[in-house]
Design a protein around this ligand. Structure first.
Ligand code: ADP
Ligand code: MG
Length: 380
């Protein structure tokens, strides 16, 4: 029997919202997470990037919001400004037909204006970065202690990084015992589950939709090159494959700008997406990629986490990512919702063992390719 959103018993206004978004069939993580969250359990949700985790927590969370209760009822925490904005826009779309009051608080926005807004309108649902939400709570501008639901998106990153972890810990200390927590990411280890349960002092139900990376839809490839030829190899790849919507990942923040400049110098339509550039700048870059004004974005892992950019066709790893989790997150930028995509990793002979490791740990095949005469060939 096919499961649809109606059977999942989410609020009727959400069914209408989904219809407008042309979303008809719940993904696996949505099928499993929605009833569990509705039952009021703490949940840890793990599923690959692009599998619809945002709606997996938003639909049950918004179903539980009581419009008549004017207090803050739900918080959604995200590690970056873009991700918070992206989630906020989905919330906005879903609640348009209701009177549910929502707001977004991110660190880069003017806090005074946020405080003024809070004086006029108390939100029932907020999305934001944990640092700014904590700041508003500490200044007693946002009352969070009675909040019933807290979502932590990209939970592994949020809890691994010192600042966001600290902010989350402080926020959770202010919460009621009854507060329910939801943690989501594509990569959640056994240790992280233990860590989470210690932080919230309760057991959480792990929901894991086990398809790791959708192997049929995404091709994984690697190309050998010397360390000093990485940027040029990337450039030749973009040219040969006629990439119109790609992301180049670099391992170090300080390489983002350098790589972008070198590509631009060679005539590529490239732009940098760094976690250091300001909010407007980053939003603009994402938009330019979407509408075709630029063909590749150069990004750090941090800048790209969780972003839902449609139809990215190629991911180029200028260096092999630091570990298999990072590979999964990068690869998840392409092949979303069953579309085709390719991940190309540039490796020096010394780094070859990393490709082996990724293949074993992720259960995928990464094929060697060679770039010659402006074309990509199989090694054999
Ligand atoms: P994740 O957080 O797992 O990486 P997102 O929540 O960002 O994924 O969703 C990725 C894309 O899939 C979004 O554009 C979203 O609108 C779309 N999507 C979510 N759920 C469904 C569904 N059930 N059917 C079709 N598309 C969906
Ligand atoms: Mg997500």
């Amino acid at each position: 029997m096919e499961i649809d959103f109606e059977k999942l018993e989410i609020a009727p206004f959400l069914l209408k919202g989904l219809e407008k978004m042309k979303i008809t069939t719940p993904t696996q993580i949505q099928q499993e997470a929605i009833p569990t969250i509705l039952r009021g359990e703490h949940v840890i949700g793990r599923s690959k990037t692009g599998s619809g985790k945002t709606l997996a927590f938003l639909l049950p969370l918004l179903s539980k919001v009581d419009e008549a209760n004017k207090e803050l009822q739900a918080m959604i925490l995200a590690p970056t400004h873009e991700l918070a904005m992206q989630i906020y826009r989905v919330v906005e779309e879903l609640v348009t037909e209701t009177n549910i009051q929502i707001d977004v608080f991110i660190g880069s926005a003017n806090i005074k204006r946020q405080i003024d807004k809070l004086k006029k309108q108390k939100p029932q649902v907020v999305v934001g970065t944990p640092g700014r939400i904590l700041e508003l709570a500490q200044q007693k501008k946002l009352k969070i202690h009675q909040c019933k639901m807290v979502v932590v998106d990209e939970a592994d990153r949020m809890l691994k990084e010192r600042e966001t972890r600290q902010a989350f810990v402080e926020i959770s200390k202010r919460m009621d015992k009854e507060t329910k927590y939801m943690f989501f990411s594509a990569t959640i280890s056994d240790e992280l589950k233990i860590d989470i349960e210690a932080l919230i002092r309760a057991n959480a139900t792990l929901i894991s939709s086990d398809e790791k990376i959708e192997t049929e839809k995404v091709q994984h490839e690697f190309i050998k090159c010397d360390d000093r030829d990485r940027i040029d190899t990337a450039r030749r790849l973009i040219h040969s494959l006629k990439v119109t919507r790609g992301i180049i990942f670099v391992n170090h923040l300080d390489k983002v700008v350098e790589t972008t400049k070198k590509l631009q110098y060679k005539g590529m339509k490239a732009a940098a997406l760094s976690s250091e550039s300001d909010k407007q700048q980053r939003a603009k870059v994402i938009q330019q990629l979407q509408n075709g004004e630029i063909q590749v974005v150069v990004a750090s892992d941090l800048a790209a986490r969780g972003l839902d950019v449609d139809d990215v066709t190629h991911i180029i790893n200028l260096h092999p990512p630091v570990d298999e989790d990072a590979y999964v997150h990068r690869a998840g930028r392409t092949g979303r919702m069953g579309k085709l995509g390719a991940v190309l990793t540039l490796v020096t002979p010394k780094e070859l063992f990393i490709i082996d490791k990724f293949q074993k740990k992720l259960g995928i095949t990464i094929t060697e390719k060679k770039l010659a005469y402006g074309k990509l060939y199989n090694k054999a």
